[in-house]
Design a protein around this ligand. Structure first.
Ligand SMILES: C[S@@+](CC[C@H](N)C(=O)[O-])C[C@H]1O[C@@H](n2cnc3c(N)ncnc32)[C@H](O)[C@@H]1O
Length: 296
């Protein structure tokens, strides 16, 4: 066994310990990226080896937040990929408006930049009052940031161009209050949002969703975990529901591909055209009804 094999084994043991001790399941993440992040964790923890971090994981409760923060990549932006948000406005929302009321599951929402973007688009299209949004992420710390809706002012200012490019209809600066270098997002944008931790690797479905948005999350998973998550989404969507993935993520090649038709292939927007799938996942909730509504 060479050094690389030993590190591979140590990483497997570390991820297994993380799962068994704390329930966070990073075992089926794409290998190259998880190895990079485990090494970064070693640096932060000042550990000489991956296995040297296992006792910390087992016995030091204070170590867990650093582990979750380092293993999950939480980078996000408002109106990232403006063309995607234009399509949401011009193609997806007019279709969703044919339903009297819609439920949205925003999975892997990170610190909420995309959630606020979505709320702005819904509001400007006169649709927000008919929506309920469930915004979830595996990392409870970023879920708290999303709930708070406070971002660095410089970062938020830098999103204004994306917003305009996406077809924004208002003055972007009306959506936040600038205070001492921070942008405090307008609380009314999260009136219909429930934020909650949810782990796509281990938790169950959110039923009867009309739109599922999960962008730039599946790229971190291996094929088997990607398939699990796609099946979870499939089970959560109503017939005719919309699944929107990131630009580098795809239903192509998955067992579910035949159950969807493209709304826009380039921007990975798909419409569910088939009924219930055979052999579906059985849910282990927290489902939306178990979560406190209101987002605060
Ligand atoms: C790169 S961010 C994407 C954020 C946002 N969707 C965007 O595109 O701007 C990936 C997010 O996926 C979350 N994530 C990773 N593994 C997850 C899992 N098993 N369940 C739920 N969320 C997960 C991470 O915590 C992180 O916030």
């Amino acid at each position: 066994m060479d050094q690389a094999d030993v590190e591979q084994l140590e990483t497997t043991l570390f991820l297994e310990a993380l799962y068994q001790r704390h329930g966070y399941d990073f075992r089926n993440y794409a290998q190259a990226s998880i190895h990079r992040r485990v090494r970064r964790l070693m640096d932060k923890a000042g550990a000489a080896s991956v296995s040297g971090m296992i006792p910390l994981l087992l016995h030091d409760a204070g170590f867990l937040p650093l582990v979750v923060e380092t293993l999950s990549v939480n980078v996000s932006e408002m109106f990232r990929d403006p063309a995607f948000f234009t399509l949401l406005r011009t193609e997806v929302i007019p279709y969703l408006k044919t339903f009297p009321f819609i439920k949205v599951w925003h999975a892997g929402c990170a610190s909420g930049e995309e959630v606020y973007s979505l709320a702005m688009v819904f509001r400007e299209e006169g649709f927000y009052d008919r929506t309920t949004i469930f915004a979830t992420d595996v990392n409870p710390m970023v879920v708290e940031q999303a709930k708070a809706g406070v971002y660095s002012l410089d970062a938020v200012k830098s999103y204004a161009a994306n917003y305009q490019q996406s077809g924004g209809k208002a003055a972007f600066s009306d959506y936040y209050l600038a205070l001492h270098g921070w942008a405090i997002m307008d609380a009314s944008l999260r009136e219909n949002v429930t934020f909650a931790p949810h782990n796509l690797a281990t938790d169950g479905v959110f039923g009867e969703m009309h739109l599922i948005l999960c962008r730039n999350v599946l790229i971190y998973f291996d094929r088997s975990l990607q398939n699990r998550v796609l099946r979870l989404f499939d089970e959560s969507l109503v017939h005719g529901g919309i699944m929107a993935l990131g630009s580098k993520e795809s239903l192509n090649g998955s067992e579910l591909a035949g159950r969807y038709q493209p709304v826009n292939a380039k921007w990975r927007i798909h419409k569910k055209i088939a009924g219930d799938a055979p052999d579906l996942l059985t849910g282990c909730l927290p489902g939306p009804e178990a979560l406190e509504a209101g987002g605060e």
